[in-house]
Design a protein around this ligand. Structure first.
Ligand code: B12
Ligand code: SF4
Length: 521
């Protein structure tokens, strides 16, 4: 009988996220003959998530969790326990970033004890990579995978299947009876190896694919054109990954052309995908020839909307024109982070001028592409005046969507070390969402001021200046001005996100398989 795997994604949001890690792990395991099932926590109501918060503060409009069939939070643990008891997996494979790791740990604590043999709990993903020590110390974890998992996972499954020694595999730390074996990190995979395995999207239903873009409902899926990022922003986990992999191969790899063509064709044919989101951290960092080939191919063979993420200083008219010439709707997400050049240079190590951001956004808008920009608040040493430099920058850019997050010093990032050295954090604080309160101590702005400013970000950046006195009332005394706040958010929603609107009826009619949706209309 084949061995059984349960892949577990402890998602902390109600967005239908379809992680590429799940598709990768599952494809490799199934090819080896393992039986694979999947459990995710995405469709149990998570309260106070960043997603909810952004909707109530007017940063974006979303239809998703209003129509998804979301179960009460309390059912999440019950369903997980029941599945674990019924299915009795040999391996529990967990993929988690730092927020999800916290949820995983909490859920394992209330899982009933297993009769021998208990499942082998294998943790991988971003959190295990940036905090392998903390992760392997977790009493529920048997092994962690650091960094890229394709090869270690494959080697592990071969050994596990045959009952062989699993303690000598590169990238894996594993508990044995006497010790914790910490194997070194192997070389990064080459671009040929990295995407060799076709992905398995079979665990994902309509909730993971549906996406509204400019008033139309699409079937969206994710792919990578490249992996790795050439920059070194101090707040970013990628910088930690890059340092970890120093001397172990090329960090930024470009996907072979034929490989991405086939992957996209499969998604369109098998899952009816009509929109592709590229998960590359810095889409315009691929070589010009790759981009030319991409645009030619995407326009002729896919011809559907797409979403990419770009750095301001990689944006040139030539590249944007190529994207626009594809003749499909394109959304460009762009990390601005701050309107203060001091914060950008001295704190974030982003050596760019505010004028770069202006020119990048101007080019993107001139070619009629949609813009979504990301900013942050609560950087170490940031002042209120600097936050207003960010707000003024965003106002002047007239973006389609802009989202502000509260800075959190994730493990593995240089800015975390900076914060610990200066006593701004102890280093023991659990990860928290980008809309939860800040954790840095001894800052020019109090945590309350940061929270209040973030809450009013959409208002400050979208509404005409004559509303500022009213916004200030909401900012300084939210408790007594909640009605006014809701009214101002309604104003933003009604006036700035019109293109996103879609009627519930047409939504339902568009959904091919409505069994996963609760009809509330
Ligand atoms: C695409 C992406 C998203 C997408 C999809 C997320 C997803 N879960 O798939 C969206 C937009 C939804 C998203 C949202 C968020 N994201 Co995000 N995201 C990314 C991004 C850019 C790429 C991830 C990806 O698909 N990589 C490709 C896959 C194949 O790689 P992978 O997931 O790392 O998996 C590999 C290995 O880790 C390993 N592996 C993974 N799991 C397992 C399990 C086992 C058993 C084994 C053996 C191996 C293994 O093998 C895989 C193949 O090599 C990363 C940046 C990055 N470089 O990772 C940030 C990143 C993961 N995101 C981050 C954050 C903070 C978030 C948010 C919390 C932001 C927010 N507050 O809204 C949310 C969380 C939402 C959620 N529930 O997932 C941070 C995480 C930091 C941290 N320490 O936790 C990252 C690292 C960004 C950054 N540079 O700081 N994100
Ligand atoms: S450009 Fe983006 S992905 Fe790259 S290091 Fe900076 S924040 Fe991270």
């Amino acid at each position: 009988m084949s061995k059984k795997i349960l892949i577990f994604f402890p998602n902390t949001s109600n967005e239908g996220v379809a992680p590429l890690a799940v598709s990768t792990l599952s494809a490799i395991a199934k090819e080896k003959g393992y039986e694979v099932r999947y459990f995710e926590t995405s469709f149990y109501k998570h309260y106070n998530s960043a997603y909810d918060e952004r909707k109530t503060t007017g940063e974006f409009k979303s239809f998703k969790d209003d129509v998804f069939n979301i179960k009460p939070y309390e059912y999440m643990q019950l369903d997980f326990n029941e599945l674990m008891e019924d299915y009795k997996p040999d391996i529990l494979a967990v993929t988690a970033n730092s927020l999800e790791y916290e949820l995983f740990s909490d859920m394992m604590k209330v899982l009933p004890q297993f009769d021998d043999p208990k499942p082998f709990v294998f943790l991988g993903g971003c959190h295990a990579t940036v905090d392998p020590e903390g992760s392997i110390d977790n009493p529920f974890v048997d092994a962690v995978c650091i960094g890229e998992g394709e090869k270690p996972w494959s080697d592990f499954l071969d050994a596990f299947e045959d009952g062989e020694d699993i303690s000598q595999i590169g990238n894996i730390w594993v508990k044995t009876e006497s010790e914790i074996v910490k194997n070194p990190i192997s070389n990064l995979m080459t671009r040929e190896e990295l995407w060799a395995q076709p992905l398995d999207f079979s665990f994902f239903d309509q909730r993971h694919f549906k996406y509204v873009f400019d008033g139309t409902l699409y079937q969206r899926a994710s792919l990578e054109l490249s992996r790795g990022c050439p920059y070194d922003c101090t707040y970013c986990v990628n910088t930690g990954f890059k340092n970890m992999y120093k001397g172990l191969g090329k960090f930024m790899r470009i996907r072979p052309y034929e490989n991405i063509r086939i992957a996209a064709q499969d998604l369109m044919a098998d899952y009816g995908v009509d929109m592709i989101q590229f998960q590359d951290e810095s889409f315009f960092s691929v070589p010009m020839r790759t981009l030319e080939q991409f645009c030619e191919w995407y326009a002729s063979e896919v011809g559907r909307p797409t979403m990419v993420q770009v750095r301001p200083e990689t944006v040139t008219e030539k590249k944007v024109k190529m994207m626009a010439d594809m003749g499909v709707p394109v959304q460009m997400s762009i990390g601005l982070e701050s309107g203060s050049e001091r914060i950008l240079k001295d704190i974030c190590s982003r050596h760019m001028k505010v004028e770069h951001m202006h020119s990048a956004i101007k080019i993107i808008k001139d070619y009629g592409l949609r813009t979504t920009a990301y900013t942050m608040i609560g950087f170490p040493t940031e002042t209120r005046e600097e936050v207003f430099e960010t707000i003024e920058l965003v106002r002047s850019l007239d973006l389609d969507v802009s989202i502000m997050s509260i800075f959190f010093p994730f493990k593995g990032t240089p800015l975390r070390d900076y914060c610990i050295e200066r006593g701004y954090i102890t280093g023991d604080e659990p990860a928290r969402s980008f809309t939860d309160g800040p954790i840095l101590k001894n800052q020019p702005m109090s945590p309350k001021e940061i929270m209040n400013l973030r809450r009013c970000y959409a208002l400050y950046t979208k509404l005409p200046r004559e509303y500022f006195p009213q916004i200030e009332l909401c900012e300084y005394d939210y408790e007594n001005h909640q009605d006014l706040f809701r009214e101002l958010v309604r104003l933003v929603n009604d006036n700035y996100y019109k293109a996103w609107e879609i009627t519930p009826r047409s939504l339902v009619e568009n959904i091919m398989d409505s069994s996963h949706f609760s009809i509330k209309f």
